[in-house]
Design a binder for this molecule. Structure first.
Ligand code: PRP
Length: 262
């Protein structure tokens, strides 16, 4: 590495080597690197690791990219949930925690040795309550919603293609496409990076496919769930090579976790 290169770092200049040293401070490259999801699974993941007897970082709010465990035994990366399977597939992290919904959507070549007892939610199809015109628990097949005429199809301004080619806003384009294709519905998938509930509200989409946990977000935005695509929960994921090369360390972690899941 060219040691004269410099990297910007919060208003001061330091060499790349210093920058890397500072980022990895307390974590040896040989020890295990664990990718954890930021956001809604973060706290539950850390609590679960602690209950499993693992040492966790003392300051997870730090801007440091790699956080050493309090006892220095493991390094942790707090990553965007969708990036966890990517880090683990490529071996940038040895092991990680993320939602099963993300694992199924991203289809990475990783091991999934253990489902974890938190992060329960579902990936569902939902639509505007007034359009659906059905009670949420009616068991309606969304394929019916997509192809059968309903009163909403004849409302002024409501495009008829809603019936034959529904527009679906989602952060899960692969699972959504697969779900509708398996039902013979030629859906138009509109991929968004978040707040997909806005899709039907702003007329961008007829339906959404999104994660539902408590159902509050749907209710607050006048949407009803019409079909569950996938039941999800947190899952432990492991890099395939690390599973061989660091077998003892990884298996010890898996066994400690397994004790909490049975
Ligand atoms: C997720 C999901 C819903 C919400 C559902 O969003 O996309 O918006 O949670 O949870 P609820 O059923 O408990 O209301 P998240 O907060 O993870 O952020 P996002 O919209 O950026 O995906």
């Amino acid at each position: 590495m060219n040691q004269t290169m410099t990297a910007p770092h919060r208003g001061k200049t330091e060499t790349v080597e210093q920058s890397l040293q500072s980022a990895t401070d307390g974590h040896s490259e040989q020890s295990l690197l664990f990718a954890l999801p930021k956001g809604r699974l973060a706290q539950d993941s850390l609590s679960f690791l602690e209950r499993a007897g693992l040492s966790i970082p003392t300051d997870t709010e730090s801007r440091k990219l790699i956080l050493p465990a309090a006892d220095g035994s493991i390094g942790f990366v707090m990553a965007k949930p969708r990036d966890v399977p990517t880090y683990v597939e490529h071996g940038a992290a040895d092991i990680g925690i993320c939602g099963l919904d993300v694992v199924r959507e991203t289809e990475r070549a990783i091991y999934e040795p253990l489902l974890l007892p938190f992060g329960h939610c579902r990936l569902s199809v939902a639509g505007p309550a007034e359009d659906a015109g059905i009670p949420p628990a009616a068991g309606l097949d969304v394929a019916d919603l997509a192809v059968r005429p309903t009163a909403s199809a004849h409302l002024p301004g409501r495009p008829l293609r809603y019936m034959s080619q529904p527009r679906i806003a989602t952060e899960y384009p692969r699972l959504t496409r697969q779900f509708f294709a398996e039902r013979g519905v030629n859906a138009e998938i509109i991929t968004l990076g978040g707040s997909v509930e806005l899709g039907p509200i702003l007329g961008l989409a007829d339906l959404i496919v999104d994660v539902v946990q408590t159902g509050t977000t749907l209710r607050m935005n006048g949407l009803v769930e019409v079909r569950t695509i996938l039941e999800s929960q947190a899952v432990l994921v492991v890099n395939r090579a690390s599973y061989q090369l660091k077998a003892a360390e990884i298996n010890r972690i898996i066994e400690r976790m397994r004790l909490l899941t049975t």
